[in-house]
Structures are given as structure tokens and as C-alpha cells.
Design a protein around this ligand. Structure first.
Ligand SMILES: [Fe+2]
Length: 407
């Protein structure tokens, strides 16, 4: 094995995949003594050193690189496992860093379904739910208790409720008056919620309390999957929607929210991380008018793709179910109601995506991965998409594109 090599700015360590370079400031900050055992917060300030840190000597111990620092009486033991992780992935280990499993309409009948009581009392079930929300962006909690605290009990098992301009909760409810057609509930086009807020709500809960109307099917699609399809089929349209921000708003008597968002959100590596769509909350586009000559056709193409059966899933919301979905990825809407046919009442609220991932990380560190035994043996296999006991009794899809589910 080659030895550690020192330079003016860092050192090179022989690791399992070859030599890797690490900067001295990074290494000094990575010393385990920098983190307080009790608070688990950083208690060392690299800027407090009179000069940039530099190794006087460094050597390999059994499972650590030992560094004797110049200019201070301090020796660091940096775990080799940490260096291996950063050499391999460039960032810290993160159990919640699960790549999204993009889905089309044909996958919808295999969405993860977990009874509410299991979510509240069983960490394996909670891990299964939170993992599905990270990977699929959507999951269904069944057998919800009917009391008024049922929804907050569920949300709090995943993260604190985050308020919007409406408050902590919102009600999607239309009382249909048989004598008044003005109360007919029209269709609601595909959208993500509240893009006019600086950071739109992260994870949305829709608890169906009552639904006896004809029609009014809930619509969902994976916006990231549609964005990837657009990238494949019209790369220039994808580039425009991923590059430029457009304005959204949310106005009422006492509020006037405005924010600019990219319709397709990507990370620095160019991977799709989300979408923002809402025609009913879209403001007048303020891109240069000549740019709109190409932006609008791209935007319209994307909007039309969101009507295509290959992506679109139709659910009938049934009382007692709660659909949970990533509001930055899953686009939702509603078909129109048949007037005078009954009542429909959904109660909703939000938590944020950071809280969702935090909950999953804690569960994963406790040994609850959210995978079944078979998947633990073969974590890449896709049998999570095969019918589980909860889904096995679901009827077959009613049409080619409409996945029949219980909500
Ligand atoms: Fe909505």
C-alpha cells in the first residue's frame, strides 16, 4: 500500500478505489473532536486558527488517518470510513438520498398503501410510507380514523404541520345546492399548490372525509416523469422550462404573495427535482416578449403532455383515505362533479420535504429501511411495484389509463 503524501494544501490517502486528495481545512473540520458529544453541534471554528491548517505529519492507523497539525498541539483521528465515503460519493452518507422512481400511469395501482394505525404505531410501516414518499412522491394512508384530530395525528408522525396563507388546514368542499347550479363544482386543472409562496409547500396531505358525488375524480401524475419525457422528446423545450423563471401569485383581501419559479426544477447535475405548474395562480409572464415566441410553445407542449393518458392517473377519493404527495413533484387536479349528486369534502395540510427526509433518516438509522425482507436482500428489485396484501384486492384498472384505487 502506498503511503500518505503531504502537500502545502492537503494530503493524498491510499483508499480502496485508489488515491484520493483531501484539503487540510476540510480534514481539520472533519476531526471528530470538532463535534460536541452532547449537542452534536460543531464547536470548532477553522477561522479561529492564526493560519490555514497544515499537517506536520500524517500516518495510517488501523481505521483512521492520524494527523499531527502544525502550529497547534492537536492530533486528529479522521475515520477512514468517512474518507472512503467522500472519495466515493463526494458527500456524506445519507439514507434519505434515494433516487426518485419515476412513474407513468401504468404503475399507479401499486402505490404504497399503509393503514393509519400502522403508520402511528409501527416504525417499519412508517419507514415504508416515508420511503415511498421519497421514491415515488406519492402514497396512500388507508383506514383513517374519522375524528377531527385524525389528520394532524398522521401528519405529526412524519413532520410538523407547516402553515400556508390559509392557516394550518384547508378544506376542499363544495356544498352542492340542488336549486343553484352556480354551486356546480367545475374541473380543476393539473397544478402544484401555492407556487406564489417563496417556497411552495413541500408535502401535501389530502384526507377524504366524505365523497358521494358523481364524478369529481382526483387526478395525479408524476411531473418529474413528464419533464424527463419532454427532455427526451423536445430537448429545447425542456431547456427553456428548466432555465427561466416565470411569475406566480396568490392574492386575496389580506395577502398578496408573488414568486418566480422555474416550471422544471433541476439540481446542479441537471437531474429533474421538481415541477411548478398552476395556470390559475400564474401571473402575466415577464420574460422578454421575443423570448415568449419560443417559451410559450414549449410551455404549452408541457401542459398538453400533462393531459396524456400515459401519465395521468384517476383516483376516486373514498372517505377514510388520505393521499400524501410531494407538492414539488406530483401534479394534481380534479375532474368536474355532477351537480346535485352528493357531497365531497377533503381536508388538507402540509409538512415540508426536509421533515419527511429527517423522519426517514431517523428510522433508517434505527434499522427500519422501509424495504420488505425480499427487497432488503435485493434492494434494486422492483417488487415493491408488485401487488402487496393491501393492493391485491384492488379491482383491475377500469380503463387503459385509469388506475382504479380506493380513494
Ligand atoms: Fe391543489
Amino acid at each position: 500500500m502506498t503511503q500518505i503524501t503531504l502537500s502545502n494544501t492537503g494530503l493524498t490517502v491510499p483508499l480502496s478505489a485508489g488515491e484520493a486528495y483531501f484539503n487540510y481545512c476540510w480534514l481539520r473540520d472533519a476531526c471528530p473532536s470538532c463535534i460536541d458529544n452532547q449537542t452534536r453541534e460543531r464547536v470548532f471554528d477553522v477561522a479561529s486558527l492564526p493560519e490555514l491548517p497544515r499537517a506536520r505529519a500524517a500516518w495510517l492507523d488501523s481505521d483512521a488517518v492520524v494527523i499531527d497539525w502544525q502550529g497547534e498541539s492537536h492530533v486528529s483521528h479522521i475515520p477512514l470510513s468517512l474518507l472512503e465515503t467522500f472519495a466515493a460519493r463526494g458527500r456524506a452518507e445519507d439514507p434519505a438520498d434515494l433516487p426518485p422512481k419515476l412513474w407513468h400511469a401504468d404503475r399507479a395501482r401499486y402505490f404504497t398503501r399503509v393503514p393509519q394505525q400502522a403508520v402511528l404505531s409501527d416504525p417499519d410501516a412508517r419507514a415504508r410510507l416515508t420511503r415511498a414518499l421519497i421514491e415515488d412522491g406519492i402514497a396512500i394512508v388507508t383506514d383513517m380514523a374519522a375524528d377531527k384530530d385524525s389528520l394532524p395525528r398522521l401528519v405529526n408522525a412524519i413532520g410538523p404541520i407547516t402553515p400556508s396563507a390559509e392557516g394550518l388546514f384547508f378544506d376542499v368542499r363544495v356544498e352542492i345546492a340542488p336549486t343553484n347550479l352556480a354551486f356546480t363544482a367545475g374541473p380543476l386543472e393539473m397544478h402544484t399548490d401555492l407556487p406564489g409562496e417563496e417556497a411552495a409547500p413541500g408535502v401535501q396531505f389530502l384526507h377524504c372525509l366524505e365523497n358521494t358525488v358523481e364524478g369529481g375524480l382526483s387526478l395525479f401524475l408524476d411531473g418529474a416523469a413528464v419533464a424527463e419525457a419532454l427532455r427526451e422528446e423536445d430537448p429545447e423545450a425542456f431547456r427553456l422550462l428548466a432555465s427561466y423563471k416565470i411569475p406566480f401569485f396568490y392574492r386575496h383581501d389580506n395577502w398578496d404573495y408573488r414568486a418566480h419559479q422555474r416550471v422544471i426544477e433541476t439540481d446542479p447535475e441537471g437531474r429533474v427535482t421538481g415541477v411548478t405548474i398552476s395556470q390559475h395562480l400564474q401571473d402575466a409572464l415577464d420574460l422578454p416578449q421575443d423570448m415568449l415566441d419560443s417559451y410559450y410553445p414549449a410551455y404549452i407542449r408541457f401542459l398538453k403532455m400533462m393531459q396524456e393518458p400515459r401519465f395521468l392517473v384517476r383516483f376516486r377519493s373514498e372517505a377514510g383515505n388520505c393521499v400524501i404527495f410531494d407538492n414539488h413533484r406530483i401534479v394534481h387536479g380534479r375532474e368536474g362533479y355532477v351537480a346535485d349528486s352528493g357531497k365531497r369534502h377533503l381536508r388538507g395540510c402540509y409538512t415540508d420535504r426536509g421533515a419527511l427526509r429527517s423522519t426517514y433518516r431517523v428510522l433508517a438509522k434505527q434499522g427500519h429501511s422501509g424495504l420488505s425482507q425480499a427487497e432488503n436482500a435485493f434492494p434494486d428489485m422492483e417488487n415493491r411495484f408488485q401487488a402487496s396484501p393491501e393492493t391485491a384486492n384492488d379491482p383491475a384498472p377500469v380503463t387503459q389509463n385509469a388506475a382504479q384505487a380506493q380513494n
